[in-house]
Design a binder for this molecule. Structure first.
Ligand SMILES: *Cc1c(COP(=O)(O)O)cnc(C)c1O
Length: 439
């Protein structure tokens, strides 16, 4: 067994090249402030399961119905992952096999749509995701895309326009949710529009999943026909995807089982779109690690954690506003803050670079109605899940905003950068990552 105090000794002894790379990454994660809103740090038990022997197992199919022998234990793990996911999101169906959030979205869209059908999703430049209809993504290539946007004044989805577009284009499915939307997703309003035009409603809760699981963010379940998510963002599990449904129902397209003529359930169609439709063997080590993470998320401490994520984001948002930063939608309900840097005279690209040199990791991000390209951008996105996992709170949030402001106000100055970097190091040292590796 690998001891927790000296992990990776086998790797060290057999492949020092990769061991050194891994150690450099361990150190980078430990010594930088991770403010990328889509990232988090899994617990040590999740890390152990994700690095475990289940990576060896082929298990095409689903528990109890596999194409391979020897699946009794991976079946137990997948069943637990499904049960815990259903409990966590209070829903009747979970497929934990998608390798990523994008695969989950592909499977959901391919189940509910035919090629050429019309979809509506949030514009990428307004906070949407590639898989919601971007022309460079499968979703934009296979489907006819109508993108809705946020309003210039409020930074929230412009429901009047969205409704108009839906009535005009009659989408078969509306996708709600996004990657840079600081506010609660308005499931109920989307459901009204979907009902008015006879569309399905899909929620992609990749970002706020951990907040949804703890009841801090409203649940999509009563409103949406299908829900997709990642497991590695606020949910703090291993990198992966998942598909959920509130209630399983018979499919409305008249698909029947070949022998019995019985109408198939939507769950059956979703399952077969995932495998064999778009994936082969599931990543059983990751599915087992998802089960571990879901078990953690079911504990009361996780709710405290999720609340702290939002409290931290709001503290940060207020501190930014005090320093005259402009925030899209004026603040946040979640873990995400989208900063419009236009009137600071700095591009997203320049801010990201300078902050990176100072040990603060963020990503440049388009803001709604951005006039700069996606490679430059006028904004940056910050998020609190990862630093909250490290145990940071109100004082650190105010301190970090102060450091961000020092860098951005004096962007060309290396002395400022060096000074900030040493303060970042001090903060990081007080909140070590993976204490299991330190003690
Ligand atoms: C992150 C994200 C995804 C995709 O997740 P990957 O695992 O990176 O494929 C999908 N949808 C939204 C809204 C996301 O934020």
């Amino acid at each position: 067994m690998v001891s927790t105090k000296e992990p990776y000794t086998f790797l060290q002894n057999t492949d020092s090249e990769l061991y050194d790379i891994l150690m450099r990454e361990v150190s980078r994660e430990d010594h930088t402030l991770e403010l990328i809103a889509s990232e988090n740090f899994v617990s040590y038990p999740v890390l152990e399961m994700a690095g475990g022997v289940m990576t060896n197992k082929y298990a095409e199919g689903y528990p109890g119905a596999r194409y391979y022998g020897g699946c009794e234990h991976v079946d137990e793990a997948e069943n637990l992952a499904r049960e815990r996911a259903q409990k966590l999101f209070n829903c009747g169906y979970a497929n934990v096999q998608p390798h990523s959030g994008s695969q989950a979205n592909m499977a959901a869209l391919m189940t509910f749509l035919n090629v050429g059908d019309t979809i509506m999703g949030l514009d990428l430049a307004h906070g949407g995701h590639l898989t919601h209809g971007s022309p460079v993504n499968f979703s934009g290539k296979l489907y006819n895309v109508v993108s809705y946007q946020v309003s210039r004044e409020t930074g929230r989805v412009n429901f009047d326009e969205c409704r108009k577009q839906a009535k005009e284009h009659k989408p078969k499915i509306i996708i709600c949710g996004g990657s840079a939307y600081p506010r609660f997703i308005e499931f109920e309003q989307f459901r009204e529009i979907a009902d008015e035009v006879g569309a399905f409603l899909m929620a992609d809760i990749a970002h706020p999943a951990g907040l949804v699981a703890t009841g801090i963010h409203p649940s999509p379940m009563p409103y949406c026909d299908v829900v997709t998510t990642t497991t590695h963002k606020t949910l703090r599990g291993p990198r992966g995807g998942m598909i959920l449904m509130d209630k399983d129902v018979e499919n409305p397209w008249g698909v029947v089982a070949p022998k019995s003529g019985r109408t198939k359930m939507i769950s059956e169609l979703l399952n077969s779109t995932v495998m064999p439709g778009i994936q082969g063997g599931p990543l059983m080590h990751i599915i087992a690690a998802k089960a571990v993470a879901f078990g953690e998320a079911l504990k009361p401490e996780f709710k405290t954690y999720a609340q702290q994520i939002v409290d931290n984001a709001q503290t940060m948002a207020n501190a930014l506003l005090e320093k005259d930063y402009q925030l899209v939608s004026g603040g946040t309900d979640t873990h995400v803050i989208l900063i419009d840097l236009t009137h600071k005279g700095v591009t997203g690209k320049a801010a990201e670079k300078a902050l990176e040199r100072a040990g603060i990791t963020v990503n440049k991000n388009m803001v709604p109605f951005d006039e700069r390209s996606p490679f430059v951008t006028s904004g940056m996105r910050v998020g609190t899940p990862a630093i909250t996992t490290r145990g940071m709170g109100k004082n650190e949030m105010n301190h970090i905003v102060d450091l961000i402001d020092q860098v951005i106000s004096d962007i060309e100055n290396d002395t400022t950068n060096d000074r900030v970097k040493s303060e970042v190091n001090t903060i990081c040292d007080s909140f070590p990552l993976y204490r299991e590796l330190h003690d």
